[in-house]
Structures are given as structure tokens and as C-alpha cells.
Design a binder for this molecule. Sequence first.
Ligand code: HEC
Length: 113
Amino acid sequence: MKKYILIAAAIAATTLGAGAAVAGDATKGGQTFREKGCWQCHGFEGQGGSAGPRLANTQLPEDALIAFVHNSNGPMPPFSEKLVSDAQLSDVYAYLQSRQKPADPKTIPLLQP
Ligand code: HEC
């Protein structure tokens, strides 16, 4: 049974990450994203909300995201290493990278001239 879970996880990691080398665990990252309240400002899927910008498929490198969350001194409250660890943020990064990318506007008929 464990073997199948590992195989499924490997397949999920390669397909969800769209080939990107992401070290964290997207499922755990989703849990952390919800438990720590990131969703309240950034949207349940990291899609962005009235209080925080979109994070899904962020262009930020993983280290930069981790550093920002620990050290933010702007409108976002900082989350110290005690509140959310580097490992948890690696998982959050994997979760955000696994979110569906928005459709290309050129493929949406209603938006065509
Ligand atoms: C109280 C609302 C709030 C909460 C809760 C919150 N954020 Fe934010 N976040 C913001 C705002 C507002 C910004 C824009 C801040 C800025 O530009 O300085 C931001 C910016 C960010 C950025 C930088 C985005 C970029 O592209 O520059 C990251 C990464 C981020 N948040 C991650 C998180 C994570 C992970 C959590 C949960 C641990 C979290 N945030 C919780 C409000 C929030």
C-alpha cells in the first residue's frame, strides 16, 4: 500500500509542479496555508483577495517567499519561524506552484473583440 502512495505522490509531484523542481509537499502546504490563515488575505487558492495579492504560481523564488513571510515589515504581518517554519513554507510554496494557472485571455471568447 505504502508503495502505491509513493508512486502516486511521485506522479502528482511531476504533473502538478508542471516539471518545476519543487521540493515541498503541496498537500501539506495547502493545510498550512489554511491553518495559518494565509487564505484570509490571499484567497483560499492563493488567487488573491481584497487584502492580499495573488500568490498562486508566484514568480518569486522559494527563498524569497520564505524570507518575505518571516520579515515582512509592510502591510502584511510577519510570521516568525516559531509561527511557521521554513519547512512548512517550502510546502506552502509547493502548494502555490501546484495551483491551476489562469487561462490565456486569448482563449476566452467573451474577451475577443
Ligand atoms: C492580514 C492579511 C495577510 C495575511 C494573514 C497574510 N498575508 Fe501575505 N501579504 C499581505 C499583503 C497586504 C501583502 C502585500 C505586502 C507588501 O507588498 O508589502 C502580502 C504579501 C505576501 C507575499 C509577497 C508577494 C509578492 O509577490 O511580493 C507573500 C509571499 C505572502 N504575502 C505570503 C503569505 C503567507 C505564506 C501567509 C501565511 C503564512 C500570508 N502571506 C498571510 C497580507 C497578508
